[in-house]
Design a protein around this ligand. Sequence first.
Ligand code: IPE
Ligand code: IPE
Ligand code: MG
Length: 263
Amino acid sequence: MFKRIFGKSKIEKSLLEEQKNLSKNDLIPTHIAIIMDGNGRWAKKRAMPRIAGHHEGMKTVRKIARCADDVGIKILTLYAFSTENWKRPKQEVDFLMSLPQQFLKSFMPEIMERNIRVQLIGEKDELPQTTKAVLNEAMEKTKDNTGLILNFAMNYGSRAEIVKAMKDIMIEVRDGKLTIDDINEETINDYLMTSQLPEPDLLIRTSGEVRLSNFMLWQLAYTEFWFTDTLWPDFDEQCFMEAILDYQKRNRRYGGLKGEEMN
Ligand code: IPE
Ligand code: IPE
Ligand code: MG
């Protein structure tokens, strides 16, 4: 069914109808994580300021969130700002920090209509007051929504997340709430910011970079990776479908053997 859809050149209403049926397919990934990269290069190619690329990238976020919802993805995690991105010029950082407000202002009615729940991973307290406030408001407003989880990684860094989890676990041990023998993979998982979410099934990175840039190091242990040269502002439903189609062809072994391979 997927092939048939992918073969079409235009994504139209009827196609979206068909996409909805895909949610019945077991091979639809539950959780997709995306490293949205290439906004700056997109702008540079057009002799525009980098922030114009970020603005265009925001439109892609909307497009892909809609598509993920239509296809029946349960969780879409989007890497929007890393703990390392503070190194960028202040003007660019300020613009990136204003994007959640711009995004939510225009998209919130549709978020509610689609029953989407907004969530966040990352060090929220280090965000500017307004950014924090709009994100808090969106999370509060959507907390009872039961559809797609739109999870933004904002001021997120995997190493910082792991360090924090380690410290929190050690505090529990110090206070006698956990013993060293209690600590296993599940415990560590429970202390990460993603504790309530299943691990990503599929990781997409755009713009031709083939690295993780400090993203979900623990959680991606058995995730399928998919890279594309397409820059994030140019990424569209077709690319997203292509990634899912490729995912469907993968053989996830988790270190074991599958089916016939056992013989
Ligand atoms: C991704 O695009 C957005 C963020 C990292 C915030 P970039 O801004 O990294 O774009 P390039 O990699 O410079 O093209
Ligand atoms: C990763 O992209 C971070 C986000 C997409 C938010 P970067 O553009 O910051 O990564 P590097 O610097 O190329 O590794
Ligand atoms: Mg980049």
